[in-house]
Design a protein around this ligand. Sequence first.
Ligand code: BV8
Ligand code: ZN
Length: 241
Amino acid sequence: MIEQAKALLRGAKRPLALAGAGLSAESGIPTFRNSGGLWKEKKAEDLATPDGFRRDPQMVWEWYAHRRDQVRECKPNPGHTALVELERLRPEFWLLTQNVDGLSRTAGATRVLELHGSLWVFKCFTCPYSRQDLQVPTLLNNQCPVCKTGLLRPGVVWFHEPLDPWIVSRSQELVTACDLLLVVGTSAQVYPAAGFVPLAMQAGAKIIEINPEDTPMSKYATLTIRQPVGKALPEMLAGLI
Ligand code: BV8
Ligand code: ZN
């Protein structure tokens, strides 16, 4: 499988990657839907939705502060660095990540779109104020410094919130232009990101899925590599020029 994947990668001029929580799993960050996943102990609708935040802003803010503390201790893993290497080797390469942990950027990725925002951004619930800040306050200091009325909230995209329209259209452009899509560490259940897989296939791209488990998108894959990404990707890139 790895040899076939290497051949597809060698022949690809416009490779693209779509990543999910599985890319950061080997960095020690829990995924969402595996056993012990983040959504397991908490209910997604209480924590990752605007209503959940309206209901209990302090609890949601603290859950994200807890996740930031977790991520702060974690380092990029060989899967992250392999994707940065691919960006260096292929000028057309982009990474579309659903992850909000920022580890791909820490690993050196520059052509990356954070589809679901970032733990390291916080913004006003009401006005356009938003700020990138590695030291996001732990306790919710309600006051928005600009409109003075809105609540501050994590700069991530919650369920039933639209993704940034520019990011969606830029992603669709990249997905329909790529000739190889690497689907890495995602259970491919969250839309519109999951919809990029059939979209790429319809546009003629080959699909390589790297995930120890089957997903609803496995049926679109030209190749499925049932291995951890931190092991498979470096092997696929070995000797790539
Ligand atoms: C929207 C950010 C519309 C916050 C998250 C069709 C079209 C549009 C929307 C929908 C639609 N159908 C349904 C919807 C609604 C909803 C949705 O998709 N629901 C699903 C559950 C059915 N979508 C939305 O609400 C989106 N909004 O489109 O709004 C709209 C338009 C206009 C006006 C108003 C509204 C917003 C979606 C974004 C939600 N935000 N998170 C935060 O992170 O806290 S989603 C959350 O799930 C994370 O971002 C996460 O990244 C994402 C996806 O999960 P995965 O990354 O895949 O992680 P998971 O644990 O599930 O899987 C890990 C995988 O890794 C597993 O397969 C495992 O086997 C594998 N793995 C483990 N270890 C490894 C590994 N693989 C490789 N190597 C390893 N070592
Ligand atoms: Zn404001």
